[in-house]
Design a protein around this ligand. Structure first.
Ligand code: HEC
Length: 417
């Protein structure tokens, strides 16, 4: 054991000195070496590390063999290799059986909800960010599989549209006419799928430093606003002229993430790399930083209520926050599952705040009532298991909520009664 640790840290220091990373090897070592199921470990390394590291497995909530099968059937099809399946799932079930490492605190309450789930076709696509279009169909981004998809919620029929090379869409949104827009996170573009002709138009970033369009939203005037997390920029695209303008954040590594627009047409951005919210002047694109209390605060996403209050998830501190743009007051509430709950996506519907605790397994959906200051929460199902993370949630026009689970490629409608 000592030798093993020493070797690992030695490797890490050498790697550090020569500037390479040993992350992959290190996380490979984490898998339990189970001599009885030695083949199982090798099979996991063979079949389960193509899309993510093995820490997905070591940090999971653990499953029975049946449930491991059910979970991974949304990622990879091994059904034509029954022997491999059996060895793999026995190894996983023996060494990664159900645990309580990340069990959430669930709170009861008056609100009743139900979940309608759709399983997207392409395996392992990391489907995410569902949004309702003008015609009532639901669109999502299949980030890993370079596609965007459409669900007809009445029939359950789904269609997938593959995107230009290496777009790897982080998100989708829609314009008033019902066209679908995606952020090309890997090829420095935003793109439009014309809803009539199904033709895709790519708009390339005018600056090669602008590499990773992330989350996008239209304002009332039809301008598309978007964040570029690692490029540390905010952009705007006028679809009529095709012109793109970019501004760099006031501070380095602010990591602009979620973006929403208030009723005056002013975009607000969440910082995932610094303790700030940022207000964007829609004409000059001048940025004003609103500093949040704790320096360690990191905010994935925000939303704006009808009364103008800006609600945000304090992801790093496990809190829900509210910024009052009229008085400057900031208030925060600890999320029910505590400091490691990592709240992520957020949407305000009829002045009720909805968000998820993505650090927990099951991932929980939380409702907060700002008047009574009370929480209610639910475990989010992924078919027959509990797994996955909501990364973006948006309401439907009739006041329900669209969510997803990126591990299991589920798009889910939360029917709020
Ligand atoms: C084709 C790609 C792909 C393959 C192959 C794949 N996965 Fe995954 N898996 C994913 C994606 C995508 C996620 C979600 C990652 C995210 O949300 O960032 C995921 C998430 C997970 C999770 C996390 C579940 C949770 O609680 O959120 C586990 C556990 C997991 N995979 C296990 C496996 C195992 C075991 C195998 C091999 C049998 C496997 N994966 C093979 C794509 C894949």
């Amino acid at each position: 054991m000592r030798i093993h640790t020493l070797t690992k840290s030695l490797l890490t220091s050498i790697a550090f000195l020569i500037g390479v990373t040993v992350v992959n090897q290190a996380s490979g070592l984490e898998l339990i070496n189970d001599s009885e199921h030695a083949k199982g470990k090798a099979l996991v390394e063979q079949y389960c590390t193509g899309c993510h590291r093995t820490n997905m497995i070591t940090r999971s909530s653990g499953y029975s063999a049946d449930d491991w099968k059910s979970l991974t059937s949304t990622m990879i099809n091994l059904s034509n290799q029954p022997k491999v399946e059996q060895q793999l799932f026995n190894y996983l079930a023996t060494n990664y059986s159900p645990n309580t490492l990340r069990t959430p605190t669930l709170l009861g309450g008056e609100t009743k909800i139900s979940f309608t789930q759709w399983q997207t076709p392409t395996l392992g696509q990391r489907s995410r960010d569902p949004i309702e279009a003008a015609d009532g169909t639901i669109w999502w981004a299949g980030q890993r599989a370079n596609l965007i998809g459409q669900i007809n919620p009445n029939t359950g029929e789904m269609k997938e549209y593959f995107l230009p090379e290496n777009a790897m869409p982080h998100s989708v949104t829609t314009d008033k006419a019902g066209n679908i827009w995606y952020t090309g996170n890997k090829n420095g573009s935003v793109g439009k799928l014309d809803i009539q002709t199904k033709k895709i138009t790519e708009y390339k970033m005018p600056d090669e430093q602008a590499k990773d369009p992330h989350t996008a939203i239209f304002d009332e005037k039809g301008i598309l606003w978007f964040t570029l997390q690692h490029s540390n920029m905010i952009g705007r695209l006028d679809p009529i002229t095709g012109e793109i303008k970019l501004v760099t954040m006031n501070a380095p590594r602010s990591k602009p993430y979620g973006i929403k627009i208030d009723d005056k047409g002013t975009p607000w951005v969440a910082c995932n790399g610094r303790n700030c919210l940022v207000k964007v002047d829609p004409i000059t694109m001048k940025l004003t930083d609103v500093m949040l209390p704790n320096e360690a605060t990191r905010v994935r996403r925000l939303d704006i209520a009808n009364d103008g209050m800006i609600w945000y998830v304090n992801s790093s501190q496990g809190k829900l926050g509210r910024y009052n743009p009229f008085t400057g007051e900031i208030k925060e509430w600890p999320s029910p599952s505590g400091s490691k709950s990592h709240p992520y996506a957020i949407a305000v519907i009829d002045n009720m705040v909805w968000y998820n605790e993505s650090g927990m397994r099951p991932d929980t959906l939380v409702k907060f009532d700002p008047i009574t200051e009370t929480f209610q929460s639910w475990a989010i199902p992924s078919g027959k298991v509990y797994a996955g993370i909501i990364r973006h949630m948006r309401p439907t026009r009739d006041g329900d909520l669209l969510i997803h689970q990126s591990s299991t490629n589920k798009i889910i409608r939360v029917n709020i009664e």
